[in-house]
Design a protein around this ligand. Structure first.
Ligand code: GAR
Length: 196
């Protein structure tokens, strides 16, 4: 059974999709803890399933590296095989990434390498893209630059607001994330090691 820690920052709809799917013992993976950088609304999904949560806020530390060390210690307590960033809106420093990668994946709401960063949906609209989507990738030390594991596209509609487009992306994203974690659990996907 693949044990998974999920990190979130917001509403956690991707987390909820993973929790619902992994509640089936035949899925092959289970979420063992959920962490956040703030008291995020999405932590309630974990509490609903009786799964432990932890919050490590960067504001309590005088450097990103020290914050990341404590975040890592909280994760390591649960000895996960895989860490999933599902709407975790912080850039992680090198000490954190090198301790976990390639068993550290992120879901991002664009067809990377297009529109990396924290405003991917807005950036796609501003660029008048006709198609955007979702990318699940291994996290490396860059911002949304790691090797891609899975992608799915979503058409941009003329009347789309940022909210509407993001909600349509998230419908596709939740399904792709669940399928990707299942494929990692069943060893259909082998996470690529990062070139040093
Ligand atoms: C997701 O669309 C995820 O790809 C995005 O935040 C959303 C979280 O939604 N992440 C990023 O933009 C990271 N750069 P959720 O809280 O409903 O799962």
């Amino acid at each position: 059974m693949l044990s998974v820690v999920v990190l979130i920052s917001g509403s956690g709809s991707n987390l909820k999709a993973l929790l619902d799917a992994t509640d089936n013992p035949l899925f092959g993976a289970k979420v063992v803890a959920v962490g956040s950088d703030n008291p995020a609304d999405g932590l309630a999904h974990a509490e609903h399933y009786g799964i432990p949560t932890f919050v490590v806020s960067p504001s309590a530390f005088d450097s990103r590296e020290k914050w990341a060390e404590v975040l890592l210690a909280n994760i390591n307590h649960f000895k996960p095989d895989l860490v999933v960033l599902a709407g975790f809106m912080r850039i992680l420093p090198a000490n954190f990434v090198s301790a976990l990668s390639p068993n550290l994946i992120n879901t991002h709401p664009s067809l990377l390498p297009a529109f990396p960063g924290g405003h991917a949906v807005r950036d796609a609209l501003n660029a008048k893209a006709s198609v955007t989507g979702v990318t699940i990738h291994v996290v490396d030390e860059g911002v949304d630059t790691g090797p891609h594991i899975a992608q799915a596209s979503v058409p941009v509609l003329a009347e789309d607001s940022e909210y509407d487009l993001h909600e349509r992306i998230k419908v596709v994203e939740r399904e792709l994330l669940v399928a990707t974690v299942k494929d990692i659990a069943t060893k259909k996907i082998h996470l690529p090691s990062l070139a040093k």
